[in-house]
Design a protein around this ligand. Structure first.
Ligand code: ZN
Length: 107
């Protein structure tokens, strides 16, 4: 389970903000705002789904950083595939979410 953290994307720190399902009218699992450097994640999801949604939102942020014309379907397909590869390679490849404390030490 991811509790808090930041994700460095091409040298920019993207913060992860968690929200409760009850705070929204929709069924959003995640959202990203590249301009503000923030990813919103629903905290009421199983850990593996939360990781998959975080990776999906990172895909949006990376695509924005690269100036890609990247649609939702493209992002969903590619990032779901990448998540599957990472999950299958769990022992050798691990998605790391950097905590604010770790980010501070990296400065
Ligand atoms: Zn999306």
């Amino acid at each position: 389970m991811i509790n808090s953290g930041v994700v460095p994307v091409f040298g920019t720190i993207v913060r992860i903000h968690f929200f409760d399902s009850a705070s929204r009218d929709d069924t959003a699992m995640g959202r990203s705002d590249s301009k503000l450097g923030i990813i919103h994640l629903n905290r009421d999801m199983p850990a593996d789904l939360q990781e998959a949604v975080l990776l999906h939102e990172i895909g949006h942020v990376v695509a924005d950083a690269l100036g890609m014309k990247w649609g939702e379907a493209d992002n969903a397909a590619l990032m779901t595939g990448i998540y599957a590869v990472l999950s299958d390679s769990e022992r050798t490849i691990k998605m790391t979410v950097i905590t604010p404390e770790m980010a501070e030490r990296m400065r």
